[in-house]
Ligand binder design. Structure first.
Ligand code: AMP
Ligand code: TRP
Length: 321
């Protein structure tokens, strides 16, 4: 079972990324799993070059600290394997303008800025290239990437139909709980790096007092009944879901134990701090050795290129190049 997934090294990793994606990566890692820090994708929005360089290393160290083992899986940086950009072009000549302009995330992000980059439109094609280069069967992602994955399947099928069977058509896999962690201040909106409200996100590297403050101030409601009901009680349900995904229970089971919002928040805060502290400690050690991180990335890129190279050649040949 071949697995591929990616994360953008923009901003800092938050618990939406962790619960919605990265934890699944760790659970599913095996020699057939490829995990990628997608720095090319990060160029679709304004980002300072020096920040991008640092954040790429931050993300690498964070993924290792969260439990990815480069002896078990392949962990690499997208721009270090040139086939991604090359395959992107081939697939831009398979995807249509109409289907790209209909993507919800594109409409959402493009609507918020003037003169947005073409890359923002074509971004799902690059994502398709990432996935198809590794013949992935499964792609663990959060709920927000479902539409992009559907497009990847569409592109793969169209290519195979037009040029012969080259690509594996992948399936998405979503986590049991926390496929969509919501903003703590605006619980009807997903927790997102690009729309951060200062108290709405918990970052993986937040210190205990910040975590505690953000959870205590999380928006709930005034009817004071602890019950899992995302439609009616989005804020409280988000906290219950977060609790459940850290403790391995269901949100409804957690809800049964509590009568007061304050007690739930206090225990949730302790649980999040306890879960993140060991990751933060490992992160600090790993991040201090930049040489080791760079070496590890180079080895990952080599392993990735061994798989992506032949697939790229097959796709290019099938198209007549
Ligand atoms: P990104 O930060 O957009 O590169 O996302 C990296 C991964 O985290 C993707 O698989 C997303 O689906 C997932 N993700 C991002 N935000 C959330 C969220 N609020 N809840 C659950 N998963 C998320
Ligand atoms: N688009 C994804 C996101 O923003 C990141 C990503 C890029 C990705 N390429 C991928 C995820 C390939 C899964 C597989 O979250």
């Amino acid at each position: 079972m071949r697995i591929f997934s990616g994360i953008q090294p923009s901003g800092s990793m938050h618990i939406g990324n962790y619960l919605g994606a990265v934890r699944q990566w760790v659970d599913a890692q095996n020699p057939e799993a490829f995990y990628c820090i997608v720095d090319l994708h990060a160029l679709t929005l304004q980002i300072d070059p020096a920040d991008l360089r640092e954040q790429t290393l931050d993300f690498l160290a964070t993924l290792l600290a969260a439990g990815l083992d480069p002896e078990v899986c392949t962990l690499f940086i997208q721009s270090q394997v040139p086939y991604h950009a090359q395959m992107n072009w081939l697939l831009e000549c398979v995807a249509s303008y109409g289907e790209l302009s209909r993507m919800t995330q594109f409409k959402d992000k493009a609507g918020r800025q003037e003169g947005y980059r073409v890359g923002l439109l074509t971004y799902p094609v690059l994502m398709a290239a990432d996935i198809l280069l590794y013949s992935a069967d499964q792609v663990p992602v959060g709920d927000d990437q479902r539409q992009h994955l559907e497009l990847t399947r569409e592109i793969a099928e169209r290519f195979n139909h037009r040029y012969g069977e080259v690509f594996t058509v992948p399936a998405g896999v979503q986590p049991r709980a926390s496929a969509r962690v919501m903003d703590l201040q605006e619980p009807t909106r997903k927790m997102s790096k690009s729309l951060a409200s200062p108290l709405g996100l918990i970052y993986l590297n937040d210190d205990p007092s910040e975590i505690d403050k953000k959870i205590k101030k999380a928006v709930t409601d005034t009817d004071n009944e602890v019950r899992f009901d995302p439609a009616v009680k989005p804020g409280l349900s988000n906290l219950l879901e977060m609790f459940a995904s850290f403790s391995g229970e269901t949100p409804a089971t957690v809800a049964q134990r509590y009568e007061r919002y304050g007690d739930l928040k206090a225990d949730l805060s302790a649980l999040v701090i306890e879960s993140l502290t060991p990751i933060q400690q490992r992160y600090r050690e790993l991040r201090a050795d930049v040489g080791a991180l760079r070496e590890l990335a180079a080895r990952g890129a080599e392993k990735a290129a061994d798989v992506a190279g032949p697939l790229y050649q097959r796709a290019a040949a099938a198209m007549g190049l």
